[in-house]
Design a protein around this ligand. Structure first.
Ligand code: MG
Length: 331
């Protein structure tokens, strides 16, 4: 139910949030309405925290995205970081600096998008802070999760000889963005657009890998395989060899140029939010071939030289330089 009448006061907005944020959140003692939220931490558990900014003009444009998808994607980014730690997401705090141009309908849809994903993972959105100003809309989503003590998946545990895995297809989101800009809607476009607009964080898989102790290191692919694999390798002090034929990418028709582009998207495109992880050779047999309907692909192996190489099908070796998204890199 969307109201056209603007919120008259911050109190009214908070009351609306309280009323809409239905459902009990396990472990939560105090939600919206006091100076801060209050939650229990069960014994033997550790807290995992992450925060992600979504800025109009940087992470989204209101021309390409509906407020509902902006909200959904903002939550997905933070949930994916929690998934990459092998943790269970529990609570979210949303700080919102809202452009004066944004209508009440826009704000409500933004929250609908956030709730849509948060509810599926039983994450309580506990409010946060909201201000209106003359600038562009900016939202910051902080997510707090839990993991059994000592079980969190880190980027830093990969060792030479470990195998490298990714769960699901890479490059679909980058292709989806291209199709979104071109306003394409047919055939494969549907799947790619969906992957871009409604990415699915792999919380279940992260939790499984942590619980079973199967991964030596993990990261979520948010800025592109080349960039995120580089981060994992840097943290672990290792390098990696990727096999071109094994990299799971969108399959298009027998269009050679498009196929080459899709490989580039898979290597360097961002926002797929797939888990990239390593596992020791001894544990490889215990890695399932699929998890919750998503195929897990062995795409390479870890080695000692601190570089990333791509092995082509003809045996040629290519050095891979991180080309994914980096806000600090000069374009
Ligand atoms: Mg991440």
């Amino acid at each position: 139910m969307v109201s056209e009448r603007p919120f008259q006061s911050e109190e009214e907005f908070v009351r609306w949030l309280q009323k809409r944020a239905v459902g009990r959140v396990q472990g939560l003692r105090l939600g919206i309405g006091d100076d801060a939220a209050l939650a229990r931490v069960p014994s033997g558990r550790e807290i995992v925290m992450t925060t992600d900014l979504s800025i109009e003009g940087v992470h989204f444009s209101t021309r390409l995205y509906t407020p509902e998808t902006i909200g959904y994607r903002a939550i997905a980014r933070s949930l994916s970081d929690i998934a990459a730690m092998g943790a269970v997401p529990k609570y979210a705090l949303v700080a919102l600096a809202l452009s004066k141009r944004a209508s009440r309908r826009w704000v409500e849809s933004l929250y609908e998008g956030m709730w849509r994903l948060a509810r599926r993972y039983r994450v309580g959105i506990l409010g946060g802070d909201t201000a209106r100003y003359s600038g562009k809309t900016l939202l910051d989503v902080a997510v707090i999760g839990e993991v059994a003590r000592g079980k969190a998946l880190l980027r830093s545990g990969a060792k030479p000889g470990d195998r490298l895995f990714v769960a699901g297809t890479l490059g679909l989101s980058a292709w989806g963005l291209e199709l979104l800009k071109a306003r394409a809607r047919k055939g494969m476009a549907h799947e790619a657009l969906r992957a871009h607009l409604y990415p699915e964080p792999q919380c279940g898989l992260g939790r499984y890998l942590a619980k079973e102790g199967l991964a030596s290191a993990a990261i979520d692919v948010s800025d592109g395989l080349s960039t995120d694999l580089h981060r994992l390798c840097e943290a672990s002090g290792v390098g990696a060899r990727l096999w071109e034929s094994r990299i799971p990418r969108p399959q298009a028709s027998a269009n050679g140029r498009l196929q080459a582009r899709l490989l580039q998207f898979a290597l360097h495109g961002g926002e797929d939010y797939r888990l990239l992880f390593t596992s020791s050779a001894a544990k490889v047999r215990r890695i399932p071939s699929s998890f919750q309907g998503i195929r897990i692909h062995q795409i390479g192996e870890v080695f000692a030289p601190r570089k990333i190489v791509l092995m082509h099908e003809d045996g040629a070796e290519q050095l891979i330089i991180p080309q994914g998204y980096d806000h600090f890199r000069k374009s």
